[in-house]
Design a protein around this ligand. Sequence first.
Ligand SMILES: C[S@@+](CC[C@H](N)C(=O)[O-])C[C@H]1O[C@@H](n2cnc3c(N)ncnc32)[C@H](O)[C@@H]1O
Length: 293
Amino acid sequence: MGDQTDARPPARPPARIEDTPGRYCPCCDRHVRGGLKPGPDGRPDATCPHCRSLERHRFFAVLLGALRPALGRVGTLLDVAPAPQPRAQLLRLEPRRYVRCDLRPGRGVDVRGDLTSLPFRDGCVDLLVCYHVLEHVVDDRTAIRELARVLAPGGLGIVQVPWRPGTVTDEDPDAPEEERVRRFGLADHVRYYGDDVEDRLVEGGLDVHRVTPLDLVGPAANTFLGLGQDQSVWLVRPATDGPTPPWALPSSGGLGDTLEAMVTEIAALRRDRREARQALRREQDARSGPAAP
Ligand SMILES: C[S@@+](CC[C@H](N)C(=O)[O-])C[C@H]1O[C@@H](n2cnc3c(N)ncnc32)[C@H](O)[C@@H]1O
């Protein structure tokens, strides 16, 4: 009697999303077949060709989706230096008031205001977004105190700055333009944050919790959504004198597992489709026979 197991096809290695072309942009909800374009500094795999989102915008969109159940109905949403790319995700929160504030007037800005003296009363903001602004501000300590001041008790801020883990903040507002580009990445940046960014947030009166894409969605979804290698976001809320309440965070394990499974499934479907196409082509070639001499 033959061994039944001999007839089984050899086990296929699991499909890996890393090996499949294309990305998915969670800002514009589109599949980016040809892959992401380089970023402004030439880094690969950064810009969505449809909506121009970068890694940080896409992670923000994912994070916001994950936080949505915990946020509930948002009262006042303050978006400092609003980016257009994740706007749809913010609007999905259906905030009662949505205020977009920037130092400079422009399209998509409702209120002109300086982060170091925000034109809002104490404790009036339920959700605050402040992405890639603090590195532009000379007096970032005052700006951070402003974030803490306008946040309502129980309010949440989502803050991101460019930072290099394992370093100390490098700053010099008086450095000449060329040097600022070299040291801080752009001519209008006055620093590059290091590990002490968290100390600054805490000293400014905030309780902080750092979230990374890998923690939240796992490696496969991180790649598929083009979230980058070194993104970190700080969830912040006004520090209290009493006991620190627990953070109402998205369950990273559950979300990560689900996205990992989804992304692996997509990779497997793509591989099956590719193999089916190849098989069909071979069959058609075989049917059409050898080419006439
Ligand atoms: C690199 S853009 C960030 C835009 C967007 N948040 C994003 O992540 O793509 C920096 C923005 O910060 C704004 N900004 C710089 N200094 C500011 C200040 N002191 N107060 C408010 N906004 C400021 C600039 O006007 C600019 O719109």
